[in-house]
Write a protein that binds this ligand. Sequence first.
Ligand SMILES: Nc1nc2c(ncn2[C@@H]2O[C@H](COP(=O)(O)OP(=O)(O)O)[C@@H](O)[C@H]2O)c(=O)[nH]1
Ligand SMILES: [Mg+2]
Length: 315
Amino acid sequence: MYRDKKIAVIVPAYNEEKLIAKVLKTTPSFVDHIVVIDDASSDRTGEVIIAHQGEDSRITFIQHKANEGVGGGIVTGYKWARDHEIDISVVMAGDAQMDPIDLPRLLDPVVEGKTDYSKGNRLFTGKAWKVIPKTRYLGNGVLSFLTKIASGYWHVADSQSGYAAITLEALKTIDLDTIYKRYGMPNDLLVKLNVYNFRVQDVPVTPVYGIGERSGIKIYKVVFTLSFLLMKLFFWRLKEKYIIRDFHPLVLFYLLGLFLAPIGVGFGLYLLIYRLFIGPVAATSALFAAFFAISGLQSLFFAMWFDMEYNKELK
Ligand SMILES: Nc1nc2c(ncn2[C@@H]2O[C@H](COP(=O)(O)OP(=O)(O)O)[C@@H](O)[C@H]2O)c(=O)[nH]1
Ligand SMILES: [Mg+2]
């Protein structure tokens, strides 16, 4: 129990025979349940977990028959926590990259009812740029920005951090079966939380790298796949939130902007290059491009601003 709340730590593990023991051994005593999901590892991860079960009765061991991906592992843990009425569930990776010292700081705002989902943010500390590998840092930056647009949580950064605490109510509200199963899981969850107007807060946590972990992420592939996923999620959120559950004209602003801006900017650039290297262009063409570019960009920025205003309270 932590401040009278029942706590479960959910540990997705895939081929973590070297580091999983460290995670199990360092889980603080106020944690009531440790739910470890072995996602069909091909190494000795399962054996290591079973060996620890003898010493620590808090450990629940769930093994997937086939590999589902890190999101799939977390969803299995979330379902367990939901069905066992656990007040707050926290995800901690099986490779010990999440420091248990940060746990109380993540739990406090949730326990105090100040937020529904508190998420670790590794970028607050000045050390982040030094500790996190550069390509990871930049890839994370791109995805974090796209996640702001897609999720509507403009105050949330470090979207790829999976270290987060969630309430029972959120777990009961969201359809866990529809959550994305692979590395885009945290982004997908943020978009879903936003549709149901849950509050989300960033909490500073320590970035942990260089402890012998091996990342399964291929950064370019992940940035590409997730950008596409985020685009789909963005349109889904607009539909669910601003058309079905409520109505807001920002949808129209977004659509108008997405239609006008690319045509205006593209045609404008073409005219500029033509004018610079070939010869004069018709004034009506220039007006056409200017009209499309200006109204398009303005619509886009207004749409973003309305979205920001609408979600301002969800902290
Ligand atoms: N259940 C499950 N967990 C996975 C899978 N791939 C990675 N993980 C776990 O997810 C966590 C984070 O994965 P990792 O590849 O280290 O990502 P990174 O820390 O963001 O580079 C670790 O605990 C992994 O064991 C998978 O396919 N299934
Ligand atoms: Mg890792």
